[in-house]
Design a protein. Sequence first.
Lengths: 202, 202
Amino acid sequence: MMYRLYDYLSSGNSYKVRLLLAQLGIAHERVDLDIDQGETRTPEYLAKNPNGRIPALELENGEILPESDAILFYLAEGTSFLPERRLDRARVLQWMFFEQNYHEPSVAVSRYILQHTAENSPRRAELPRLKEKAHDVFQVMEPHLAGRDFFVARRYSIADIALYAYTHVAPEGNLDLGAYPAIRAWLERVRAQSGHIPITQG
Amino acid sequence: MMYRLYDYLSSGNSYKVRLLLAQLGIAHERVDLDIDQGETRTPEYLAKNPNGRIPALELENGEILPESDAILFYLAEGTSFLPERRLDRARVLQWMFFEQNYHEPSVAVSRYILQHTAENSPRRAELPRLKEKAHDVFQVMEPHLAGRDFFVARRYSIADIALYAYTHVAPEGNLDLGAYPAIRAWLERVRAQSGHIPITQG
């Protein structure tokens, strides 16, 4: 049996895992679950992942590993995508937690609201505040990237994959990256990595 | 020079680091920054941590490591607080990301609103929805702990520290743990660990 990824094509969190699997050349099955149709909340799926979210990776032994960044760390251990030095590994985690704690709740949620709610949805009222928070996040990323090619240890790692996933589609959340040349140059460097696939590719 | 922790006594995220430092017996200085007084947003502190949050650990070489769970992972590597097996390490991260992605935004934020905003604050309107989300989180933790003493690998680890920090003060957010006997028994087991300190201890 091979890896099976419980997935949703437009999810940046799922895309992180698809991208790393592609770059590691790891064969896997995909099971698409439509979050808008409640497909992650069926009794069958909750028995696999009680938190009812995607992505989740079914391992070769049948165990289920949820949380996109825990999956990235698991797959990357022992490969070039995760540095060996103790402080570098902590820095990778620092940026992955930064992504989940500040970036995803502003950048990804802006995109989600614009793509998944009706124009008259009350959730649209959140957008101005989310835009402010998203630019706070970009203003932390920009100076860090101004002097570096990648987030940690001068090389492409799962920290870059984690932050690329929702940054590159920020314009779909009506978030303009025009003021951030270092972020835009980094997006190009990530896109140029061997084995890169777009978010639209299953 | 020793470790220096940029800290805030009532923060559960900071408490995670204080607790692990105490249990590892690592000497450190503490610098208290009052988040309500903007002390994490001064130019001096932003030069250290551009994201302007606590906790952040200043290492012996002067580098600053932010994000509570990245700090826990850094300090725990090579100790009994982080399992060695690859899948166990990923499970520790799974639960730490679960904590930051679902637990902290509901359980910790409920407590924050009740402790740090006035009774007529508009933020109080968030409390009913946060309570629902907090109980969703407890309902993921409860069955997991019903068959286990600790979250991962049958032993006390940084996954337990990460989840203990805000769970044990859930009642301060008006969140009742009465319906969760396995969570309450686990809180007692964590409290009984050697070198445990309360959140009030600097």
